[in-house]
Design a protein around this ligand. Structure first.
Ligand code: NAD
Length: 294
């Protein structure tokens, strides 16, 4: 039996790779749940919340942790880290949980790569933003073998209070996450157009949101993004347009590969692609001024 750190009286530290907007919030949740955390980010030290031991290399994380949680920008980064994990001969890591949005094919590939070398893999993307991560309302959708998911459960429980196993193989949770972000991206872009139209007629934004939230046009765009990030000019959701454009692009490619309808997917991908090209790295809630000005 490979030591996982999930049994016995002294669990091994959990490894955290990627300490960006989402990764640092997830690392903080692990610590608050009583886990010790060893963390690494290729951008250098100083990104982890207090009480997390940051190490200078991925190899060090892999030597100390039974379970590694990844929060990385895309499939290229996740695959690079997965290969580097396998390159550490004296590794303790035998289970990898990938919370990144990387697409279906990347999760399938990384799952096979790791499993060939005896490292289990759980595809575990998240939805609900940095605010949701802090509030522990982040939805963690995960997929993998029954054994891998059972072993992942204590760490998933430390990450968030909302979790659901959605399939038995890596890639299935990515498919659901891509469908979710396609819906979220479409609703936010469409709501930006609708609010811009209403305001041009002379209706106050606040009035529009109040009425929409009691009508059939309601969505997370009208209940959360507009009131909490756009109407107050905050624009600080902590998720970039570059990442949203990546997600919608991944959705579109996956839908095309499956042969399902992608008419709306193309329109949404175009809008977000244009926005991310014009203002790379902007908070994704700035889609409203972008749509309003175009
Ligand atoms: P981010 O760009 O803020 O953070 C990514 C971090 O990964 C950076 O600190 C970067 O230095 C690090 N990194 C990149 N390559 C690395 C490597 N090879 N080794 C170690 N570290 C590396 O992105 P984020 O907003 O934190 O998102 C992370 C993932 O979570 C993405 O896949 C994103 O789509 C997903 N996600 C984010 C949110 C959100 O609200 N921010 C919500 C849901 C899902």
């Amino acid at each position: 039996v490979v030591e996982t750190g999930e049994t016995g009286s002294e669990p091994l530290p959990v490894g955290m790779v990627g300490l960006g907007n989402m990764g640092s919030a997830l690392a903080a949740n692990l610590v608050e749940s009583g886990r010790s955390v060893v963390a690494y980010d290729s951008a250098g030290p100083g990104r982890a919340p207090q009480s997390i031991s940051e190490v200078g290399s991925l190899a060090e994380v892999v030597r100390q942790s039974g379970v590694v949680v990844m929060s990385l920008p895309d499939g290229i980064a996740s695959e690079e880290v997965a290969r580097a994990i396998l390159g550490v001969s004296d590794r303790r890591t035998s289970l990898v949980l990938d919370t990144s949005t990387i697409g279906v094919r990347a999760a399938e590939r990384i799952g096979m790569l790791l499993e060939q070398d005896g490292v289990e893999y759980v595809d575990a993307p998240v939805s609900g933003g940095v605010a949701g991560a802090r509030a522990r309302t982040l939805m963690v959708m995960f997929a993998g073998t029954a054994l891998a998911c059972a072993r992942a459960t204590p760490v998933l429980a430390a990450l968030s209070d909302r979790r659901r196993r959605v399939g038995d193989r890596p890639g299935m949770a990515q498919a659901l996450k891509l469908a979710n972000n396609f819906l979220s991206a479409t609703a936010l872009a469409a709501t930006s157009e609708a609010v811009s139209f209403g305001c041009s007629v002379g209706i106050e934004m606040e009035t529009m949101l109040e009425v929409l939230n009691m009508s059939s046009g309601q969505s997370a765009a009208t209940t959360d993004k507009f009131p909490n990030q756009i109407a107050n000019g905050r624009y600080g959701a902590g998720f970039t347009n570059t990442l949203m454009s990546k997600d919608v692009g991944l959705y579109l490619r996956a839908a095309e590969e499956q042969g399902t309808s992608s008419v709306m997917g193309r329109v949404t991908a175009d809008v977000w692609g244009e926005f991310a090209t014009k203002e790379p790295g902007a908070d994704f809630t700035r889609i409203f001024p972008f749509v309003e000005g175009s």
